[in-house]
Design a protein around this ligand. Sequence first.
Ligand code: F6R
Length: 607
Amino acid sequence: MCGIIAYTGHRPATPIIIEGLKRLEYRGYDSAGIAFCLQNKLSVIKTEGKLSNLEQKLNSQEVLLNTSGIGHTRWATHGLPTTQNAHPHLSQNGRFALVHNGIIENFKELKKDLISKGITFTSDTDTEVLVQLIAYYVDKGNSILQAIQKSLNQVKGSYAFALIECSQPQTIWAGRCSSPLILGKGQGENFIASDIPAFLPYTKEVIFLEDYEIAEITPSQIKLFSLSHLTPIARETVLIHWDIQAAQKEGYKHFMLKEIFEQPQVIENCLRGRIDASKQTIIIPELNDIPIPSRLKIVACGTSYHAGLWAKYLLEDIAKIPVEVEIASEFRYRESLLDRDSWVMVISQSGETADTLAGLRLAKEKKATVIGLCNVIGSSIARESDITIYTQAGPEISVASTKAMCSQMITLLLLTLFWAKQKQIISQQTINSFIKQLVTLPEQLKNNLTAYHQKAKELTPKYAWAKSFFYLGRGIYYPLALEGALKLKEISYIHAEGYAAGEMKHGPIALIDPEFPTFALAPKDNLLPKIKSNLQEVQARGGKIIALTEPDALLNVDDTWFMPRSQHPFTSFFVLPALQLFAYETAIYLGKDVDQPRNLAKSVTVE
Ligand code: F6R
């Protein structure tokens, strides 16, 4: 929710800020703006709509003179997505400009109080309160650091912000609480951003700002202070191994398509260092000397929740670990019955999803052991989990998650095999067979993706007219049916429901008619006869069917999409990209904005 970037250094700042905002646009894209100081005067340029609107406004020479500044791309929470509500926001006296990500929950009370002190507001946002409050405390004789401290002590909610002041053009202040903010350390230049790819072309050295800390940066220095006493904090820099290519489109039309096609590489990355080919063993060093959970609670949202549901089948079947999977926004608000013997796994691509993070904190309060399965290095979930396992998908920019789910599934499969081996309930022969299939999977997938893409292009004109879709699956394909429906909904805006195929006759089948197609996940396994009869029931009501299946499965449906033959559970890795590409091509066919679907943002750091 909202992207922040700030730069101070020796180069023209505006192009760096705009370039960074482009890489953060997945976090929000309903308005954007930048602010910088020139000759002791703040300039703010902002506009509603996408970043391209802002770029059009920035065509003067003046914007190349500044060598520091702050930028923002917004996903509205308080106040309509208008130019007036776009960030940066200015203090009434014109001395300060601020960009913010998060929600200031008590902004109404604070605003009322400031208005009673004679301060005039110009936007409907919660953010403006923060800049006005800081300016108010500075006017009362506090230093900028003291004013930030006093203001943040009054604020309830979540924030990550960057602040500039007109008389110190090269200094930027920042702070965070429950919203991400990362500092980039360059040579004679420094950066602040919501996510690493924003400054990745310039530096791979990062410093993770923690909650309740304030940063003050200049081109030559990064200083950190505790919010409580403003005492200086020493923090090591961390070297990030992501490369900039991973954060660029590289000739693909959309990040989503690029990320779908990256999945073979992602699988290779996930396996790297986790398989000892000579000893035919799975290695998960993070879990060495850690007891095996007797039961596991998985907590996640959206696509990550689907990965958790998928893993339940494996963990129970293969590792014989009973698993409950719960949506984080439900889990966090009910009696969880956890204690110090409980094990909770939180799954999150971004590592910043507010509900999942709250679930993690709740589990820790109850003294449960928390395993965090995360993609973004140094994210809040990664840092707060007792044991963190990175999923190695690389930066995922597309709002619709694709490769992250693939990486979560591979990691969860490895965990299942690791625990099954530790429990001595899996033979070495079975492990060998899994390893063999895992290492050949990337190549096999790579060989099929172009044909998959073609198939998706062929099918979409025949189905993109539909107002609603069913996605049906059984067993391990049921969570994938949920994922297929989610992908179609979020980028093509066609209503879709994922269902366990056997549940259809308990109500939903009433909806079937010739205008309500079904996408069936029907691999050739022991449940195929069952799904075939479910599909006959659909056909009997005139429903059209696309079946994703394997050669020889012989299904008499409107359209058949053949996957290569593979074994359970590896078939899932051929189902997933088919669902993603079908949704992608449908959205393209309907002319939708794939990488920036309406009303969505990638990282849901608010409730
Ligand atoms: C769907 C999607 C969302 C996320 C969800 C959780 O394509 O991207 O449903 O999966 O918001 O996000 P993370 O995994 O970052 O916690």
